[in-house]
Design a binder for this molecule. Structure first.
Ligand code: NAP
Length: 454
């Protein structure tokens, strides 16, 4: 079997990579198993020093790494550069904060001395998606490795060059052999890795079906799992919103990364009073996006990552229009050998239509009209997903009241939903469980161990 890098901007195959067989996979798992005790026993400050070096390597190699992202999954080169910088930032954040987050916690009890000690869980498998091919991995790897765990990466099959480049970053930074390994395996071999006694936990960022499969295997093997799954984030526009700010952020939040972000705004829930004005301003702003070569700095709108994903998205759009929604702009694939889809808006999306209940993982905004604030909140919380959500109003107290009522993991007021190393990130309902980033993220893969001394 093999994996292929295909440039989505022109459909050309860049390189082909052989996948591993079972025998080689087991050799690597054994080598990691042997590397584990020494890594876990290393003082945390030494692990943090290595993580700071990983940040430097990322910055030194920024241009080449960003180019590998753009070539494999089509992201605008300037956004790929920003992604690498964000990865360097998360390495430094955990190098600085890790020792504080994992310091012993003294607890008063009936003991002479009692405390909680945070100890590494072991070897953690990360099954990762292609949409932020570096960031998704580093936000897992930085805390996991600082905590003394080993990291195994099974990356998405369409980004093999990025997967191998990430392993190189840790090697070049001086991490000991086999502390972080990229596994060149297909999804069908993931269960074997989870079940292996030398592997202790798994984290997956990806679709719901992949999450169900990984969590079931982890459950059967009694292993810890964290799931970061899909979302259909609500973007609630109230009648007192600052429309200029709201529209500019609506465009950024829906069309960044060609709409392929789990926390992209996907459902624009707009109260009737301002709906027509909002939709017209939104249409005008979207019409200014410039599709083209993602390496070109004048391009503002990227292709999608794969042709099959573009075709699936278009089918969701066609089905929704057939069921009665209105195409405001776009809603057709570009006539181009690359995986381009026009920046699109669907209005009057109603319950029962595909786009109302499903995640649209691409550059298509849906507008759902609401009677008032209460109706908007009910629509937002009617989703089976619960990743992020945002509220747009000039009254920040009103916004916070609504944000607190949103059933999701990250609620923003007058700001687009984004990840930040200092704040926990994750979802509820069908968007998954567990948290990444902040102190919460580093504590997912540690044993909070009670030590009691008379
Ligand atoms: P995907 O198809 O689920 O792929 C994600 C990863 O899971 C890939 O490495 C894939 O490997 C692997 N995989 C797929 N099926 C599997 C299975 N049955 N068992 C084990 N591993 C399996 O998702 P995607 O299309 O790449 O990403 C889009 C989805 O991810 C969207 O729903 C999006 O919202 C979600 N997402 C969530 C977050 C978050 O933080 N919550 C972030 C980004 C994306 P192969 O490539 O080899 O199939």
């Amino acid at each position: 079997m093999s994996m292929r890098s295909i440039n989505p901007a022109n459909g050309e195959t860049v390189q082909e990579y052989d996948t591993w067989d079972n025998v080689y996979l087991h050799q690597v798992l054994e080598a990691c198993h042997e590397a584990r005790p020494a890594w876990a026993a290393k003082p945390i400050d030494e692990r943090c020093d290595l993580m700071r070096k990983a940040a430097s390597v990322l910055r030194q190699r920024k241009q080449a790494l960003a180019k590998s992202i753009t070539v494999e999954m089509g992201k605008l080169y300037k956004d790929a550069l920003a992604e690498i910088e964000k990865c360097a930032g998360v390495c430094e954040y955990y190098a600085d904060m890790g020792p504080k987050f994992l310091a012993d916690e003294m607890i008063e009890s009936d003991a002479g001395r009692s405390l909680v000690a945070y100890q590494p869980m072991g070897t953690v498998l990360a099954v990762m998606p292609w949409n932020y091919p570096f960031w998704q991995v580093f936000r897992f790897a930085a805390p996991a490795l600082v905590a003394g765990n080993l990291g195994l990466l099974k990356h998405a099959s369409n980004v093999p060059a990025c997967a191998l480049a990430i392993e190189d970053v840790f090697r070049e930074a001086g991490f000991p052999d086999n502390v972080f390994r990229t596994l060149m395996i297909p999804a069908s071999m993931v269960a074997t890795v989870i079940e292996d006694p030398r592997v202790h936990a798994v984290t997956l960022t990806g679709s719901e079906p992949a999450g169900i499969s990984v969590a079931s295997t982890a459950g059967k093997s009694l292993k810890k799992s964290v799931l970061e799954l899909g979302g259909s984030d609500a973007f609630i526009v109230l009648e007192d919103a600052d429309l200029e700010l709201t529209v500019s952020q609506a465009v950024a939040s829906r069309y960044l990364n060609s709409g392929q972000s789990c926390i992209a705004a996907k459902r624009f829930i707009v109260v009737d009073e301002v709906a027509d004005t909002f939709v017209e301003s939104f249409r005008q702003a979207v019409s200014k996006l410039v599709p083209g070569d993602p390496m070109d700095e004048n391009t503002t709108f990227a292709p999608m990552a794969r042709h099959d994903l573009r075709d699936e998205l278009h089918q969701q759009v066609i089905d929704t229009i057939t069921a009665g929604a209105t195409a405001v702009i776009g809603c057709v694939p570009e006539d181009h050998p690359g995986a381009f889809y026009q920046a699109s808006i669907l209005d009057h999306v109603k319950p029962g239509m595909r786009a109302y209940g499903e995640e649209l993982f691409g550059p298509v905004a849906i507008v759902i009209r609401a009677r008032d604030e209460a109706d908007a909140l009910a629509i937002a919380n009617g989703s089976r997903y619960g990743l992020g959500g945002s509220v747009w109003t000039r009254d920040s107290e009103r916004g916070e009241r609504l944000a607190r009522q949103l059933e999701c993991g990250c609620a923003f007021v007058n700001g687009m939903v984004k990840s930040d190393p200092r704040l926990p990130f994750g979802g509820v309902k069908a968007s998954g469980y567990g948290r990444e980033l902040s102190s919460h993220g580093i504590r997912e893969f540690v044993n909070a161990k009670t030590v009691w001394v008379r």
